[in-house]
Write a protein that binds this ligand. Structure first.
Ligand code: ZN
Length: 452
């Protein structure tokens, strides 16, 4: 069929001929839009293999011919694989009914994104003041997705010493958002494995605990991002948002197909079978009164819940969303922040701390039973080996770095000053307890050796 070359058809991408009445191609081959056959494995691999490029034009989770199969619990077994049909099932057999899961400890994952430095260290000290405790008498813990620019690595080192989790959030945090959707496997590796290398080296982290990452702007990079994660041995991603649902979703592995639609900031979700955990970001319900208000879009990052305008509203929001998890399947409750939102709005910080203390008093704390503020990796460790709330108190992965005492290992840090042609006109400072590198560590030279 020939159509006129008008503007509209020109802009439309050619689709491959994935389903035809009679097969066009031999076994393990599929047809491009122009009728030529290529190997099935070449479809949606991030490289145009058809002459018309159509092998890369139908690649969402419903059309990618190489997409992961639907969850199969005969094959997918803990500890390495976890999935359920709709994503809401509680791991193990602690709560077959999937509601009123009183035996399941409620995990809460607080995360902060971006650089750790003097703009936010005091905030983190105030929240994680070492007096707020989980029921196992360990300090409450959080996860920090650290981007490189402006990070103070002696502060990162201290955050890690106190038992919080440090994860990768890229070197450049490029503000061209489409970069992240379209970056190659190699670019993803430079940003994220490079970020991990910088953190390990300059925050002197030697326990291989940097295992997770979050994409800047939650711009998921599809199969390329996750292929990089497999190749670079990252354990988990926490960038994919799931639409607001009741009950909320549990984290899952990507060996099988994602249990929810690809949703969020123009997301490019992975489709293939991948050996990566997804610490899915459940959207929170931002309505002030869920009984009365009309539906509003959910929000993944707390600071994108645009209708929170007062401390009272924020407190109500936290309480309502907590019980949305706690009274149902006890999927981990994720509270995902940027520090500035709490720093710039003391009323929100007060409400947040009031809520945390109330949760600890009512459901957690020493002698409490139910609620634990844990890191992302600690959530995975629990899913891999689910224990009921009585055994949770002695669950070994949750007592590591229980309540670190003493002084920071890094008390006198070096203040390294750089200028680099990659960031022209900027004077860059980097604090670290190890020696200053020759060059500012960056995308092509994460060690800062200056040899490239
Ligand atoms: Zn960020």
């Amino acid at each position: 069929m020939v159509t006129n070359c008008d503007q509209l058809t020109k802009e439309k991408k050619v689709k491959p001929l994935l389903s035809t009445d009679e097969p066009i191609c031999q076994e393990n081959h599929l047809a491009c839009g122009d009728g030529n056959c290529i190997e099935t494995g070449l479809f949606c691999n991030g490289v145009a293999d058809c002459n018309d490029g159509s092998d890369e034009n139908a690649c969402d989770v419903n059309t990618d011919p190489n997409r992961a199969p639907l969850c199969d619990n005969a094959i997918c077994k803990l500890p390495d694989c976890f999935c359920s049909e709709d994503g809401t099932k509680v791991p193990g057999d602690l709560c077959p009914s999937n509601e009123k899961c009183d035996n399941v400890p409620q995990m809460i994952t607080i995360t902060f994104d971006d650089a750790i430095n003097n703009n936010n260290i005091d905030l983190y000290q105030e929240i994680f003041n070492r007096r707020r405790k989980n029921p196992n008498n360990c300090d409450i813990k959080a996860t920090f997705f650290v981007s490189h620019k402006y990070s103070n690595y002696s502060a990162v080192q201290e955050t890690h010493r106190l038992g919080h989790e440090i994860a990768a959030h890229s070197i450049t945090h490029k503000d061209n958002e489409t970069f992240w959707s379209e970056a190659s496997v190699e670019e993803w590796a430079k940003e994220m494995a490079g970020s991990r290398l910088i953190i390990d080296k300059f925050a002197n982290i030697t326990d291989n605990s940097v295992v997770g990452l979050r994409a800047p702007y939650l711009r998921v990079g599809g199969n390329r991002q996750f292929t990089m994660m497999e190749e670079q041995s990252f354990l988990y991603d926490s960038s994919i948002t799931a639409p607001l649902t009741n009950p909320p979703l549990w984290p899952y592995t990507l060996y099988f197909r994602m249990p929810h639609v690809c949703h969020g900031n123009l997301q490019n979700c992975p489709t293939r079978s991948l050996a990566v955990w997804e610490m899915v970001m459940n959207e929170l319900d931002s309505r002030e009164d869920p009984e009365l208000d009309e539906s509003l879009p959910g929000c993944a990052m707390v600071d994108s819940c645009s209708n929170i305008l007062s401390g009272d509203q924020f407190y109500n929001f936290l309480t309502y969303n907590f019980y949305r998890h706690f009274d149902r399947n006890r999927a981990p409750l994720g509270l995902f922040f940027h520090a500035a939102w709490l720093k710039n709005n003391p009323e929100y910080l007060d409400a947040f701390l009031y809520w945390v203390d109330e949760i600890i008093e009512n459901h957690g704390g020493v002698g409490g039973e139910d609620v634990y503020f844990v890191t992302m990796t600690q959530v995975i460790q629990w899913i891999q080996n689910p224990v009921d709330k009585d055994r949770a108190k002695n669950f070994q992965p949750w007592t590591e770095k229980c309540s670190p005492q003493g002084e920071p290992q890094c008390r006198l840090s070096n203040r390294c000053k750089f200028s680099t042609k990659e960031l022209p006109g900027e004077a860059l400072y980097m604090h670290t307890c190890v020696n200053c590198p020759n060059q500012y560590p960056w995308f092509n030279d994460p060690t800062g050796d200056g040899l490239v």
